[in-house]
Design a protein around this ligand. Structure first.
Ligand code: PEP
Ligand code: MG
Length: 878
């Protein structure tokens, strides 16, 4: 018999696969002797079985549940039917990987019309008992029967207004009774059946609902965003209730052992007195800073501080802890590794190494590769900020970033506008898990309610999205679609700017500047570089990009796309002269002028690189890309070239290709127009000579694109070498250079052994290689690739993440064979996959020396190479 239900006493932290993160950690905390309310966990395996086999809990689960419930009753001496020792429980989901607020929770389960009276009698607090009951009715209705939350909320808010109550806590017991009666009638009205009075029925229905919530829309979106597999399922935790809403000596809160925004090593958290957990997370009431608990309940604060230190030491990472205080008694309801901004992640990892809690290698696994890019994002220009009109400065800096966009008031609107290419800022009183897709679509999120641990704040931080919460000076009216702020109003579509690092909001779009790096970041990246086997180069051709790439730690340039240098108007016209020339002489004249420009360009690039290896790829795209398209452009070009528009049109027509991607491009251009590559090679070497004269040594690596036969490569290599050698003779200079090939066609992979005998280096162009291996057009695959991944035909877009069994096998075969015949050959990857985390893990296990990607992806790529090396087990522990 498979065990499907575990008491907390039977688990431990290593059992996350089976018990989920929450269940495993509750069990672990119990083992540590911490004050955790007792309970048990139904496994993720039971969830998957439930989802696979239909809509009822299996007999097996029901039987084990009953056994555990009996044992639980014995341990706690409580039961759902006892007058004096009434058992009430919470039911919460908990997957292996935490998905904050994404799935469902039900509190106070076990209450019914009878039990609520017992609770009132026992606690001598009727108000409290009915407050619990109304919460259960609301959560149960929403989670189990899909009654919209608004149906409950609207009545609740109206009740408060009609009776002149400002706060929830002002409603007396009689009022709450009335509200409970109305809530019960909503069940009959909306789902045609009454609220189940029998606690065990409540329990099974709640468990089933949590299992089902694994498949709800918001959980699906969250899984997709975070690459969480469906198959892991969620566990369900049943735990004895403790009541943070049983008066002013009770409360509930969330705290992080370190600041999740900055990483500062100081307890960071919030709590609310006389409240239940959902009140803090939902952000409806603005909570108090954890520090003030010291004044209100010094011994509870003291105990919490020591528990949080113990948990951080035990888990060797910053913890996110949920707690409840019942009549000054502290209970811990959850601990998990806390979500944090990229900045905090780096600072915490470095601090934990310095505090000797973790090793450098462990530290390198603590920052997510995809979050590193957050650190490189720009900030608002201080100068521009001083002139900007302020909307609010009282908000909390919940998640950093500098974002501008149009105001929208609903998640749906955010999604719609985003799909039309608009940048939007979602403004809401608070967010709830239903808003997840709208949050993804927005540049930033602003809320009026809620604190640093509200739903909006936690989820935005997890996504690396700019967010400001608790802007109490704004009134956001989502019905009228208007925001009132101290100096005016905003309507839908108005542009605002949000500073998530400071918590400020401004009118209009504000200029940004690039971010500066902290010492901790530099330190962290050095550790990564120290252990990485693969080096990381950049794909770049402009001076600012090259400077940025080197600042980010690139070891050289893996790809200069020379075609990007032909688009300035004075160059374009010369290129057009070359393409439209009738004689070789005309062509050479045009090329000479272009050669002059190219020499200047290469000089600038090589000056930045110095001795770092710099791959310059000779011209790659089809020539028609350089020709005019619109009628007005054609007229202008015809005039510049001194030909008629008809002649120009005819020429353009003659260059037209049915499949340009498979046509006259790459090295084929130079097979037909050899002078093109000769000019480029000469320009490269002339710039090398100029720099040499200034005392600057360089290492150019000349790369020939789209090769598929050895003869193509050797023909062009001979041509280029002859010209360079002639230049060396003319100038008396000893010139160092390499000539290598891109590997972009399946045929090139198959003849890699032969190519490796004549080529100094290989660089896999995975964009073209993927296109040609699948036969998917890289420009058109967007039209069908989503359907492929939605239907599970392809696990991921092969243009973004390596297709291991096809393209990956070709790369493996080619690199192994190349190194066999030429162990010194340098092999790199310069297509999009060179910057992709999963692909980098794959390349790290092959005979590959470096990856190359755009400058802003360089730090992420360096971290991915380091993480891959840590995971490889090749390193000795340091
Ligand atoms: C490639 O094909 O992967 C490559 C880097 O070249 P481009 O994208 O310029 O065709
Ligand atoms: Mg290519």
């Amino acid at each position: 018999m498979t065990k499907l239900v575990y008491a907390f006493d039977e688990g431990q932290k290593s059992m996350k696969d089976l018990l989920g993160g929450k269940g495993a950690n509750l069990a672990e905390m119990k083992r540590l002797g911490l004050p955790v309310p007792d309970g048990f966990t139904i496994t993720t395996q039971a969830c998957i079985e439930y989802l696979e086999h239909g809509s009822k809990l299996s007999e097996e689960v029901v039987a084990q549940l009953q056994t555990q419930l009996d044992l639980f009753s014995q341990r706690t001496s409580k039961s759902f039917s006892s007058d004096e020792q009434l058992l009430l429980v919470s039911v919460r989901s908990g997957a292996k990987i935490s998905m904050p607020g994404m799935m469902d929770t039900i509190l106070n389960l076990g209450l019914n019309d009878d039990n609520v009276k017992k609770l009132a009698r026992k606690t001598n607090d009727e108000r409290f008992a009915y407050d619990c009951y109304r919460r259960l009715l609301q959560m149960f209705g929403e989670v189990v029967y899909n009654v919209p939350m608004t149906a409950f909320d609207a009545y609740f808010d109206k009740y408060k207004t009609d009776h002149g109550y400002d706060n929830d806590a002002d409603i007396p017991a009689e009022g709450l009774k009335e509200i409970c009666e109305h809530y019960k009638s909503l069940y009959v009205e909306k789902v045609y059946k009454p609220f189940p009075q029998e606690p065990t029925v409540q329990l099974t229905e709640a468990i089933e609902a949590v299992f089902k919530s694994w498949d709800n829309d918001r959980a699906r979106v969250y899984r997709q965003l975070n690459d969480i597999p469906y198959e892991i399922g969620t566990a369900v935790n049943i735990q004895e209730m403790v009541f943070g809403n049983s008066g002013e000596r009770s409360g509930t809160g969330v705290a992080f052992t370190r600041n999740p925004v900055t990483g500062e090593a100081k307890l960071f958290g919030e709590y609310l007195l006389n409240a239940q957990g959902e009140d803090v997370v939902a952000g409806i009431r603005t909570p108090k800073d954890i520090a003030s608990l010291e004044e209100q309940m010094p011994h509870v604060h003291q105990q919490f501080v020591s528990v949080s230190q113990q948990l951080e030491q035990h888990y060797r990472d910053m913890q996110d802890i949920e707690f409840t205080i019942e009549n000054e008694q502290l209970y811990i309801l959850q601990t998990r590794n806390g979500k944090r901004t990229a900045n905090a992640a780096v600072n915490i990892a470095v601090d934990l190494v310095n505090e000797q809690v973790i090793t450098k290698q462990e530290a390198l696994t603590k920052v997510e590769v995809k979050s590193i890019e957050q650190l490189l994002h720009p900030n608002f220009d201080d100068e521009a900020l001083t002139k900007a009109t302020v909307i609010s400065t009282v908000g909390l800096p919940a998640s950093p970033g500098a974002a501008s966009g149009k105001v929208v008031f609903s998640a749906e609107e955010a999604k719609e506008q985003h799909e039309q290419g608009e940048k939007v800022i979602l403004m809401r009183p608070e967010t709830s898990p239903e808003d997840i897709e709208g949050m993804v679509a927005s540049e930033a999120i602003v809320t009026t309610h809620g604190g640093m641990t509200s739903h909006a704040a936690v989820v935005a931080r997890g996504m690396g999205k700019c967010c400001v919460t608790g802007c109490a000076d704004l009134e956001i009216n989502t019905t009228e679609k208007v925001v009132t702020y101290p100096g005016g109003t905003l309507a839908e579509g108005d542009i605002i700017s949000v500073d998530g690092a400071k918590g400020d909001i401004y009118v209009g779009k504000i200029a940004t500047i690039t971010a500066e790096h902290s010492e901790a970041f530099e330190q962290y990246m050095t550790w990564a570089q120290d252990i990485a086997r693969l080096s990381v180069r950049m794909n770049a051709e402009t001076v600012p990009d090259i400077i940025a790439g080197y600042q980010f730690g690139a070891t050289g340039i893996g790809l200069v796309r020379t075609e990007h240098m032909f688009f300035a108007p004075e160059r374009l016209i010369e290129m057009r002269r070359f393409i439209l020339a009738h004689t070789q002489e005309q062509r050479i004249t045009a090329l000479n002028t272009i050669g002059g420009y190219q020499t200047e360009d290469f000089e600038q690039i090589l000056r930045q690189s110095g001795e770092k290896p710099t791959i310059i790829r000779l011209l790659d795209p089809p020539l028609h890309e350089f020709l005019p398209r619109s009628e007005s452009e054609k007229a202008q070009v015809a005039e510049q070239l001194g030909v008629t528009v008809t002649t120009l049109d005819k020429h353009i027509e003659s260059l037209n290709e049915v499949n340009p991607m498979l046509g006259h491009r790459g090295c084929r251009l130079a097979i037909t127009y050899p002078e093109l590559y000769v000019m480029q090679a000469e320009a490269i070497m002339k710039s090398v000579i100029r720099l040499k004269e200034e005392g600057i040594d360089t290492n150019p690596e000349i790369m020939i694109p789209l090769v598929s036969t050895v003869e193509e490569f050797t023909t062009l290599k001979t041509l280029i070498t002859e010209r360079i050698e002639a230049l060396a003779q003319e100038t008396g200079q000893d010139l160092h250079y390499l000539i290598g090939t891109m590997i972009e066609t399946p045929r090139a992979c198959l003849i890699a052994a032969e190519l490796a005998t004549v080529s100094d280096f290989f660089s896999f162009g995975t964009n073209d290689l993927t296109q040609l291996t699948f036969g998917f057009s890289r420009d058109d695959s967007g039209k069908f690739i989503n359907a492929y991944s939605n239907q599970g035909i392809l696990e991921q877009d092969p243009f973004q993440t390596i297709d291991k069994s096809g393209v990956g096998e070709l790369i493996k075969l080619a690199s192994v064979q190349a190194k066999q015949v030429n162990p010194n050959i340098k092999i790199g990857v310069c297509g999009e996959l060179g910057g992709d985390e999963k692909s980098i893990h794959y390349f790290n296990d092959l005979e590959i020396d470096y990856v190359s990607c755009s400058p802003y992806r360089v730090p992420g790529a360096i971290l991915a190479t380091a993480q891959s090396e840590v995971e490889s087990g090749r390193l000795s522990v340091k």
